[in-house]
Design a protein around this ligand. Structure first.
Ligand SMILES: [Zn+2]
Length: 217
């Protein structure tokens, strides 16, 4: 999933209005922000196998440190714990921790069985929504539209930037999503890993939006 994760971040704003959208995006994509770093360091591995699933050519055969069930829980607790240490707000810390773990749940729905239970344990999980392009676009699109609606009902812009920056981000997310679907498989995983690092842009952008939008009431 791609925009499905960001949908969780947008929707979580209603549950925890004080948490910055940038932090929520950081949380929901945390596992996918670790993944390119682990690929570049050679700790995790993936390969390109056209047709691996209908939706993506990537074969995620070794990524237990960023994406196993156990490590996802560890990352969620760590992320929530650090948030609590900084902000001293238990409820919001739990929300951001859950946002981190939500990534695993959505990947569990979309990936074919390739998510390990824990590093070193080769029992893999995944429901394989990615076997259907239409199914993936329908479900992810439904999440995303719903989340955008919730977010714009929860927040309002305090100036013009608040509007333009928000809709600009939504447009860029959608363009990236569509480009991913229609473009041919990338040349190699190194290129994919470096492209994955570009996701930091969405987080910085969301923090920028936070400065120009406030919550209702
Ligand atoms: Zn992922």
């Amino acid at each position: 999933m791609f925009i499905g994760h960001f949908a969780v971040g947008l929707g979580a704003k209603k549950v925890a209005p004080q948490v910055k959208l940038g932090t929520l995006f950081f949380a929901v994509q945390f596992l996918d922000l670790l993944w390119p770093i682990f690929l570049i360091l050679g700790i995790e591995h993936a390969r390109i196998v056209p047709g691996n699933t209908a939706f993506t050519p990537f074969d995620f055969y070794d990524y237990p440190f960023s994406h196993s069930l156990l490590m996802s829980i560890v990352w969620a607790v760590l992320f929530g714990g650090i948030y609590y240490y900084v902000k001293k707000n238990l409820r919001n810390s739990i929300v951001v921790g859950c946002a981190v773990f939500s990534h695993w749940l959505l990947d569990f729905i979309s990936h074919k069985p390739d998510l390990a239970i824990a590093p070193g344990i080769h029992f893999v999980l995944g429901l394989g929504l990615w076997n259907s392009i239409i199914g993936t676009i329908f479900i992810e699109g439904f999440f995303f539209i719903g989340a955008v609606y919730i977010y714009i009902r929860t927040t309002k812009s305090i100036d013009r930037i608040g509007n333009y920056a928000f809709w600009g981000l939504i447009a860029l997310l959608l363009i990236s999503y569509i480009a991913n679907i229609i473009s041919p498989p990338p040349p190699n995983m190194t290129a994919v890993a470096y492209a994955g690092l570009a996701q930091w842009l969405f987080i910085v952008w969301a923090y920028w939006i936070d400065r120009h939008r406030i919550c209702h009431d």
